[in-house]
Design a protein around this ligand. Structure first.
Ligand code: NAD
Ligand code: FES
Length: 287
């Protein structure tokens, strides 16, 4: 079953879904992802896991409307079902006792850091979480991450809440203050992950990044999610999504992420103008 049992708007164009997928949830671990299709004609969309309710078999995902399919998904209602939700995919985050861990989430990259912070805490680590958003109204998962962490630190780009600046403003201050940091893991926009990695490079702090390149099959067959790590080709869907941040070629990843921007825009504009014609296509096929 892949029924939406709860849905809410976190802020404009960003919705949180709770989906009934007991079998998937029983196997899933922090750091993994799923691939959803809205209907049988639909695009396969990779989504990070934003929460795992093992007791009730409920998966949480957060969808940001950035194109046609995410816009269409965000119009689904409680009681609707996704055609399929495949997973768990990818390797789980390497959870062990590191000592003092810093979990960093930026923008809509904040929800996936939540199960990771929970798992690191459960493994006996001291967890400090840093979350950042452009403004206070765009800040999500404050309560969840406050509960999951020993310490929660917040930044906003415009200074409307918490520290004025980026997540790296807080991280840099911790390093300057000689706080003991044994491991950093971050999820968010590529420029943020690149900036985190540059902040921890010189003090040689082990830093993991969760990469989200374009994906198609999610099983290592198509090559779409190719990234270069330590000079070697890796596939984020099967070798990741977590990698040693100091080894990632972010410039190549940024270029590859922008490969279909024009086509995505045309498709999104058409959707906003004409609506989705997938249901009509399915009707035609079924005739
Ligand atoms: P955003 O642009 O609003 O940035 C969020 C925060 O990230 C900022 O407030 C800031 O603290 C930090 N940040 C951004 N740029 C920075 C820089 N150059 N230096 C230092 N810190 C910086 O984020 P958004 O618009 O919500 O986008 C979130 C992104 O997260 C999307 O690109 C999405 O694809 C990505 N994401 C990634 C994953 C994953 O698995 N890696 C999962 C979900 C979302
Ligand atoms: Fe096809 Fe990773 S998505 S190889």
């Amino acid at each position: 079953m892949t029924k939406i049992i709860d849905k809410c708007e976190l802020f404009e164009k960003v919705h949180q879904f709770k989906i009934e997928t007991p079998h998937l949830v029983s196997k899933a671990k922090a750091g993994q992802f799923v691939i959803l299709r809205q209907n049988e004609m639909g695009e396969r969309v990779p989504m990070s896991i934003g929460g795992l309710d093992k007791e009730n078999g409920i998966l949480t995902i957060v969808i940001q409307e950035v194109g046609k399919t995410s816009a269409s998904m965000n119009r689904m209602k409680i009681g609707d079902s996704f055609a399929d939700v495949v997973g768990p995919l990818g390797l789980p985050t390497n959870i062990e006792k590191y000592g003092n861990c810093i979990c960093i989430g930026g923008g809509v990259g904040i929800p996936p850091i939540y199960p990771i912070a929970q798992a690191l805490k459960e493994a006996g680590n001291n967890v400090t979480t840093i979350i950042g958003a452009r403004s206070k109204t765009l800040l999500i998962y404050e309560k969840e991450l406050g509960d999951a962490s020993d310490q929660l630190l917040i930044s906003t780009d415009d200074g409307s809440y918490g520290t004025h600046g980026f997540v790296t403003t807080i991280l840099q201050k911790m390093i300057d203050d000689s706080e003991k940091i044994d491991m950093v893991i971050c999820v968010g926009p590529v420029p943020m992950m690149k900036a985190v990695v540059e902040t921890t490079r010189e003090p040689r702090i082990k830093t993991f990044v969760s990469l989200n390149p374009i994906m198609v099959d999610g099983t290592g067959m198509c090559g779409a999610c190719r990234v270069t790590v330590g000079g070697k080709t890796k596939f984020a869907c099967v070798d990741g999504p977590d990698f040693d941040g100091h080894e990632v070629d972010f410039d190549e990843m940024t270029k590859r992420q922008k490969m279909y921007i024009k086509q995505e825009k045309i498709s999104y504009d058409k959707f906003l103008h004409d609506g989705c014609n997938v249901n009509k296509q399915i009707e035609k096929l079924n005739k």
